[in-house]
Design a protein around this ligand. Structure first.
Ligand code: C5P
Length: 218
């Protein structure tokens, strides 16, 4: 009757995005990257000069964002991966995501995208609070973690900034702190999530584990 919904949460650099994309491919279902919606709000704020402390104004920007399989739309236009991944956009995304006004607007945006995907087979939905807040009824919840050192190394390799591991590690720790200490939807595993510490694990190994869990959850 309906498709499977898999929630994958975890901190920056835990491998969430790669794991979510590959698991979705393996299962032939949609991948929704909810971080892209927060990044889109951050990018809009930077472009339009909106104060990153002004929750109300940022909530209005969030109203222009739509989430789609494999991407995000602003005013109906798809944003490029390159614009969304810039370090200043990462930092802005983390700041805007602490505002309840922004989270309130993006909640139905994420739920509706997941519901559309569920009707066509299912989705791997990736973020920070998917298993705890956005989709508490998900069929499978996975929380990926890894040491800050390992996450910084992965991010550096991914972005070709191997000489900047230490700076990246600092930025990751700062984002962890903001994401886990904020009052609304702090980053933490759902009580019924399977936690996988991916430190020292290969990507294929993690994907295999999640696919195995998904087959059991259907
Ligand atoms: O996953 P990604 O690094 O692209 O997310 C960017 C930022 O968006 C995170 O640092 C976090 O602050 C925020 N975010 C969130 N809730 C989500 C997904 C992302 O608060 N479900």
């Amino acid at each position: 009757e309906t498709g499977i919904i898999i929630a994958i949460d975890g901190p920056a650099g835990s491998g969430k995005s790669s794991v979510a994309r590959l698991v979705a491919e393996r299962l032939g279902i949609v991948n929704l990257n909810t971080g892209a919606a927060y990044r889109a709000v951050g990018l809009l704020a930077l472009r339009e000069g909106v104060d990153l402390g002004d929750g109300e104004a940022l909530g209005l920007l969030a109203g222009r964002v739509r989430l789609e399989p494999g991407g995000v739309l602003v005013d109906g236009r798809r944003l490029e991966e390159g614009e969304l991944r810039a370090p200043e956009v990462s930092a802005a995304a983390s700041r805007v995501s602490a505002h309840p006004e922004v989270r309130r607007v993006l909640l139905p945006v994420q739920r509706e995208a997941a519901e559309r995907a569920r009707r066509i087979g299912g989705a791997v939905v990736e973020g920070r609070d998917i298993g705890t807040v956005v989709l508490p009824g998900a069929d499978l919840k996975v929380f990926l973690s890894a040491s800050p050192e390992e996450r910084a190394r992965r991010r550096a390799l991914q972005t070709g900034r191997e000489d900047e591991v230490e700076r990246i590690r600092e930025a990751i720790l700062e984002r962890d702190r903001q994401d886990s200490e904020r009052a609304v939807s702090p980053l933490r595993p759902a009580p019924d999530a399977t936690v996988i510490d991916t430190t020292g694990m290969g990507l294929d190994e993690v994907v295999e584990r999640v696919v195995h869990l998904a087959r059991g959850a259907r």
